[in-house]
Design a protein around this ligand. Structure first.
Ligand SMILES: [Zn+2]
Length: 254
């Protein structure tokens, strides 16, 4: 298969680096890297567009590539043998898909799927693992993202067990909006049910409650957050707990 053009980034301090097609880099891990690490890593990256429902990996797959998410949203799902699945993580421009590689593990324990149309910078696994020892900042940022993801998985597990669908839907919408940097989130209720691990009818009722309270509008697979502050109040405390933890870690990061 012919390779798409790799990243030919420019390093002007006044402009965000772009890929060969002129696409801006939004991924926060890539943007944080010092110049010498950018120069080492960026030529190895390949810009990819991921259609909705594109599967990046399935449980048990050998991780051939890793992805620095750039726009859109990738869901991390726990998948059961009977085909049922539930979302355990959400990755947007702040993150990375392929975390086992950072610890030297080569297989995926989860499914990663583009939940809405996304773009990412893909890197070959072998290349990433070879480059990591020479890129201490990249390695540290990936370790930190791994820790943040683990914290979120823990919180989401507790949330699914203890909190009501309305609160969880509000939490999920806030998390999604943060990751895509927009108050409009495209999704179907069927997908939302899967994300929240609940029946589609429960999601319909929950979305109706939030809409009636004037916090969101929902039509034709598009949710618009109309009152963010109130939506935060309608969410369970899990959203705030995760936000505060990330902020606390970022403030004390070395
Ligand atoms: Zn919760």
């Amino acid at each position: 298969m012919a390779k798409k053009p790799g990243l030919r980034a420019t390093f002007s301090p006044k402009t965000l680096p772009k890929d060969g097609d002129g696409n801006h880099i939004h991924n926060q891990i890539l943007l944080d890297l010092p110049r010498e690490e950018r120069e080492m890593l960026f030529p190895k990256l390949e810009f990819v567009r991921l259609k909705t429902h594109h599967v990046l990996h399935e449980p048990g797959d050998t991780l051939k590539s890793a992805y620095f998410c750039n726009t859109g949203l990738v869901s991390i799902l726990s998948v059961f043998p009977d085909g049922k699945s539930v979302e355990v993580g959400l990755v947007g421009k702040e993150g990375f898909v392929g975390l086992p590689l950072v610890a030297g593990f080569r297989t995926a324990p989860t499914r990663a799927i583009a939940q809405i149309e996304a773009t990412a910078f893909r890197v070959d696994s072998e290349t990433l693992m070879a480059i990591l020892p020479q890129c201490p900042k990249l390695e540290r940022r990936l370790q930190q993202f791994s820790q943040v993801s683990a914290m979120q998985v823990t919180q989401i597990a507790a949330c699914s067990r203890l909190h009501e669908v309305n609160e969880r839907l509000a939490r999920w919408l806030l998390m999604s909006a943060d990751r895509i940097g927009s108050n409009s989130v495209s999704l179907t209720q069927e997908l939302l049910g899967q994300m929240l691990g609940t029946r589609r009818s429960s999601v319909t009722v929950a979305a109706g409650v939030l809409q009636k309270a004037g916090l969101i509008t929902y039509s034709r697979g598009e949710v618009e957050i109309t009152d963010r502050k109130m939506l935060e109040e309608a969410s369970c405390e899990c959203y705030g707990i995760m936000q505060r933890q990330v902020k606390e870690w970022q403030g004390s990061s070395v």
